[in-house]
Design a protein around this ligand. Sequence first.
Ligand SMILES: [Zn+2]
Ligand SMILES: [Zn+2]
Length: 238
Amino acid sequence: MKITFLGAGEAWGNEPNISFLVDNKILIECGMHTVLQLQKLGIIKNIKVVYLSHLHADHALGLPAFLLCSSEEGRGEEIKIMAPRGIDKYIDDSLRISYNKERKNLNFEIKTIEIKEMEIKIEGYKFLFSKIPHSFPCYSISITKNGKKLVYTGDGQPTNETIKLAKNADLLIAEAYAEGFENHSSIIRAARMAKESNAKLLAMVHIFRKENVEEKLREAVKIFSPIILPKEFDVIWI
Ligand SMILES: [Zn+2]
Ligand SMILES: [Zn+2]
């Protein structure tokens, strides 16, 4: 499984928002910088499935631009969009508010899948979801194929259920925002989650721009290693 980071940043930092590709086919999160990053790779037409952990702008507001750009670039094939409840209204409202467009202006169909705690199989991948406490309805996702397992937390504080979802993950991509926020995880919590779930590798993302990263990482590596802090266009194979 090939994971390509398009960004790993938080909502208002100086890096592109958290977003990554699985095998250049599955797009995870579509924030404000995602279209630009996909265009740099020249692969916007290749995306078959989009997953949005929740509908905060830094995770979802790139969607209308993604849809219209894909159409303009010649996409004809249906796209599947997996996201929490409300995704259909979100697509319609965001297309209208951003560009005064509707779905009928696109050259392809959109199939939406409202996620809950469920199992879905698409393109040989198995997807599992677990709700994670955040200020917006949000889900963690597990993606497995050919015995390899990737887990991404989305935004929020890890729970026993999300730790269970991440059990023995080959790669855990965890939100690590900052200490002291009720609706977010932190560098220390992400390290604990990786240890408790017996993950093989931890990638910390969505770190608050004002967090003291060095100091917290010194503590975190005593709890779990290896830890990486991915940057845009980093690639990890699992
Ligand atoms: Zn959020
Ligand atoms: Zn966020």
